[in-house]
Design a protein around this ligand. Structure first.
Ligand code: CP
Length: 306
């Protein structure tokens, strides 16, 4: 069994069989992560560069750890300590890195389409670790893995993505991936944060968070992305929390089981109350643990393709 593409640029158009293969492979690696020695020799001799042009905590550490667990040689690049500071172009930087014979590039960039561009200027396998407002496929995959781990399936589940949909690459990767796996996907947020025409992706829109809680099995709650000027689309963070924030009172009103995801980093007291962020409904740190296994699966499947 192998994937149908040698790159992972997004989940849009990725066949269900590929997603299933990644999730199944991740289950094997999830078991490796529970062993006293959490390392396998699978990618020994492969060299992987983590090319991060934008800040990250979870994704960068998770990829690096996944690479080390697979015994690959890992190089971390960050703009603040590189010759990008001296004006070197993106293309020159990549060509120089490639001249050192790397096999795979994991890239995060503020501009949508950079991973796609890399496939044209590099022979390495390219993995998108988040490109602008476009996609964050490994986040979508680890979210699906975490939902399946908690509820046993994806098919037929009702999943609502809550918050700043317009500024979220996580939302798009979730929509494409979950729909491909047969989930019923909706979005909820203030009208100013819901992109026009999103229904064309086959998602329903909720404008009332209580209705979204009542009618869904899972809420994937997104961060209000203040660094992308999201604050200009709502009157205040306090008002956002009042109308869309997930609180224990709000959940308990419905007396039902619901699973809460959040990709992190959390704005506590804005999209989630601290009580919910640390409470029994959330799987936020499970998502982080599962992220390592899912990224191991993606690296393994791409790195061993012929
Ligand atoms: N979820 C996520 O992408 O987090 P980071 O920005 O910390 O990588």
């Amino acid at each position: 069994m192998s994937l149908s593409s040698r790159h992972l640029l997004g989940l849009n158009g990725v066949p269900k069989e590929d997603i299933q293969l990644i999730l199944d492979t991740a289950t094997t690696f999830r078991e490796v992560l529970e062993r006293p020695i959490k390392k396998v020799p699978t990618l020994q001799g492969k060299t992987i560069v983590n090319l991060f042009y934008e800040d990250s905590t979870r994704t960068r550490i998770s990829f690096e750890l996944a690479q080390k667990r697979l015994s690959a040689d890992t190089i971390n690049f960050s703009t603040s300590t590189s010759s990008v500071k001296k004006g070197e172009t993106f293309k020159d930087t990549v060509r120089n890195i490639e001249a050192m014979k790397v096999d795979m590039i994991v890239v995060r960039h503020k501009s949508a389409g950079v991973p796609q561009y890399l496939t044209r200027i590099s022979k390495a396998n390219i993995i998108n670790a988040g490109d602008g407002l476009h996609e964050h496929p490994t986040q979508g995959l680890l979210d699906m893995y975490s939902i399946k781990e908690r509820l046993g399936k994806l098919e037929g589940l009702k999943v609502c993505i809550v918050g700043d949909i317009a500024h979220s690459r996580v939302a798009l990767s979730n929509i494409f991936g979950l729909k491909s796996m047969g989930a019923i996907v909706s979005v909820c947020g203030p009208a100013t944060m819901i992109p026009l025409g999103i229904e064309s992706l086959g998602v329903k829109i909720f404008t009332n968070i209580d209705e979204a809680i009542a009618k869904n099995d899972v809420l994937n709650v997104l961060r209000i992305q203040l660094e992308r000027n999201a604050g200009t689309r709502i009157p205040s963070l306090r008002e956002y929390h009042k109308y869309f924030g997930i609180t224990s009172d709000r959940i308990e009103k419905f007396n039902k089981e619901i699973v809460i995801l959040h990709p992190g980093p959390i704005n506590r007291g804005v999209e989630l109350s601290s009580e919910v962020a640390d409470g029994p409904y959330q799987v936020i740190l499970d998502q982080v643990t599962n992220g390592v296994a899912v990224r191991m699966a993606v690296l393994y499947l791409l790195g061993t393709m012929h």
